[in-house]
Design a binder for this molecule. Sequence first.
Ligand code: ZN
Length: 246
Amino acid sequence: MRYLILSDIHGNWEALEAVLRDAGSDFDEILCCGDLVGYGADPNRVVDWARSRVKTVVRGNHDKACAGLDGLEWFNPAARDAALWTRQTLTSRNLEFLRRLPQGPVAMDSFQLLHGSPLDEDEYLVSTFAVAQIVDYLERPISFFGHTHLQGGFLCYRNSVKRLDRPHLGETRRIIELEHNPFYLINPGSVGQPRDGDPRAAYLAYDSENRLVEFRRVPYDVRKSQEKIRGAGLPALLADRLELGS
Ligand code: ZN
């Protein structure tokens, strides 16, 4: 099977559109590691798309908060304002869809999908130290995760954890051939709000038969997304950060 694996779209329609155009039809299924909404100005458009096109979405912390399943006290002020705006803007059908999203990890055939960590969808797996603590809780040798908005991930051997390489600025692709023994935690990066210093939308393609992961980056119309965020009255910071990729 050939999968497109997306995460952290965050209501950014322009970024999602660019990803789908870039991916073409060269895949069998689309999967999402959570956070369809929050921050961006097009939550309904993104959720409408997810309802009809995405095979499996695991719930992200913003999906949970925007659906009213969680309080907003852990969010910073900009995220909180955006979550309230999103909650008011979503149609009842889309709110219901978010409320029913499964909490990860969700097991697929040979791999699993999760948002933050296998223990807590709100936990950020950023350091090799943090990853070493949770390796024993991985129920599949390959896990796709999100939440950090950092494309790449980790290769976990019995006694060590290494970082996976990702496309550098100026590159659009990086292919990784998966080995059989280690455990992998793989992050497609964020479609709608990258934070790794590269403002291009991030995603990945996974060919499960040939065990190939291809990290991809694609530029999109950042200015249009920014105009929509400002036009909706969402915090200006959420527009500003898109062009920085931070
Ligand atoms: Zn997110």
